[in-house]
Design a protein around this ligand. Structure first.
Ligand code: PMP
Length: 337
C-alpha cells in the first residue's frame, strides 16, 4: 500500500494492515511473534475483508443489484464490516445478532444505519439461531441477499488473496508458523492456504478457545466441545464450508484466563487495546513459537491476528464489574476504581 498517495474510496482502506513485532510475546516464546493489526481496518476488525469480498462476489454473480439489501447473522464485527461496505456502495443492511454480544457492537451497528435484530443465543441446531433467522429473512425480502459468512467461501478468499500475501511480503518470505482461532474459519483456512501456496512448510496451527469443538476435531477427528468461553466471534462447533480443506498441522487450546493475561500484558506493556480473541491468538502463537523452538528452530518467526479493537469491549473486558461477574481476573489498574 502506498500511503503517500490519496485513495479513491473508503473501500481501498480495507486490508493492507500493518504487522507489528510483539515484544513480550516474543520473549515468552523465545522467538519472534508478530501481530497483524486488523483493528486498523476502517470497521476496526478483520471482518471488513470478508464483508468486502462477500458483497463484491454477490455483485459479480448478479445477485446483489442497485438499491438491494445485505442481510447477515453475525456476532457483530462482520455486520459492522457489511454496514460500512454497504453504505459505501449504496445498499441497505439488516443484521441479526445474538443478544449476549457487547453493547458497543450493537451501538456501532445502529450508528452505521444498519437495521438490527437481536435474538437469544441458541445452539446452531435451533431454528431460531441467528444464522437461520437471517437466512430466512433474506429469502422473504425482495432484492435481499444473505451474506452467509460461515459457508460462503468468498470469506476465506479474502485471506487467500489478501492477508496471506501481505504477511508473506511483510516478513520477506521468512515465516515459519501462523496460528489463529476460528469463528467462521475464514481467516485460519484462507491464510493457511495462502501461505502454503508460497511455502508448504509454513506450520499452520489452529488456536481454539474452550467451548469450541475444533481442537478435538483436528487432534482426534472428533467434533467435541469442552468447557466454555466468553470470547466473542470465535469458537466453532462444526466444519463450515470455509474450514473444509483447511491445512491445519497443529492445534492448541487456550483458556479465557490465558487470553486475558495477554490482553492485559499487551495493553500494559505495548499500549495495544485489543479484544479477547486477539489475546487468545497471541497465547496460541506463543505455544506455536515454543513448539518450533523446541524442535530446534531457534530463529522461528510466527504470525497471528490481532482481530479487533478493545474499544469495542469497554463495557465487558475492560469493566471490573463485568469481569467479576464472569469470574475472570481483574486488571490491577481497574481494581482501583
Ligand atoms: N475475532 C473476532 C473478534 C471476530 O469477530 C471474528 C469473526 N467472527 C474472529 C476473531 C474469527 O474470524 P473468522 O470468522 O475468520 O474465523
Amino acid at each position: 500500500m502506498n500511503i503517500t498517495q490519496p485513495f479513491g474510496s473508503t473501500l481501498e482502506l480495507i486490508g493492507n494492515t500493518p504487522l507489528v513485532l510483539l515484544k513480550g510475546a516474543s520473549a515468552a516464546a523465545g522467538c519472534e511473534i508478530y501481530g497483524k493489526c486488523e483493528f486498523a481496518n476502517p470497521g476496526s476488525s478483520v471482518k471488513d475483508r470478508a464483508a468486502l469480498y462477500m458483497i463484491r462476489d454477490a455483485e459479480v454473480r448478479g445477485e446483489l443489484k442497485s438499491g438491494g439489501t445485505v442481510i447477515e447473522g453475525t456476532a457483530g464485527n462482520t455486520g459492522i464490516g457489511i454496514a460500512l461496505v454497504a453504505n459505501a456502495l449504496g445498499y441497505k443492511t439488516i443484521i441479526v445478532m445474538p443478544d449476549n454480544q457487547s453493547k458497543e457492537k450493537m451501538d456501532t451497528l445502529r450508528a452505521l444505519g444498519a437495521e438490527l435484530m437481536l435474538v437469544p443465543p441458541t445452539k446452531y441446531a435451533d431454528p431460531n439461531h441467528f444464522q437461520h433467522v437471517s437466512r430466512r429473512m433474506a429469502e422473504e425480502i425482495d432484492g435481499a441477499i444473505w451474506a452467509g459468512q460461515f459457508d460462503n467461501t468468498a470469506n476465506r478468499k479474502a485471506h487467500i488473496e489478501g492477508t496471506a500475501p501481505e504477511l508473506w511480503e511483510q516478513l520477506g518470505g521468512k515465516i515459519d508458523g501462523f496460528t489463529c482461532a476460528a469463528g467462521t474459519g475464514g481467516t485460519i483456512a484462507g491464510v493457511g492456504m495462502g501461505l502454503k501456496a508460497f511455502d508448504e512448510n509454513v506450520r499452520i496451527a489452529l488456536t481454539d478457545p474452550h467451548g469450541a469443538a475444533l481442537y478435538n476435531y483436528f487432534a482426534h477427528g472428533e467434533l467435541k466441545a469442552e468447557g466454555s468461553s466468553v470470547a466473542e466471534g470465535i469458537g466453532q462447533g462444526r466444519i463450515t464450508a470455509n474450514l473444509e480443506g483447511a491445512p491445519i498441522d497443529d492445534q492448541f487450546r487456550i483458556s479465557d484466563e490465558e487470553g486475558m493475561q495477554w490482553v492485559e500484558q499487551l495493553l500494559r506493556e505495548e499500549g495495544l487495546c485489543l479484544g479477547l480473541s486477539s489475546g487468545i491468538n497471541v497465547a496460541g502463537a506463543i505455544e506455536l513459537g515454543k513448539r518450533l523452538v523446541g524442535e530446534g528452530r531457534k530463529e522461528a518467526r510466527v504470525a497471528t491476528i490481532l482481530c479487533d479493537t478493545g474499544f469495542r469491549y469497554l463495557s465487558t473486558l475492560y469493566n471490573a464489574d463485568w469481569l467479576a461477574e464472569k469470574g475472570l481476573p481483574i486488571f490491577g489498574w481497574l481494581k482501583a476504581d
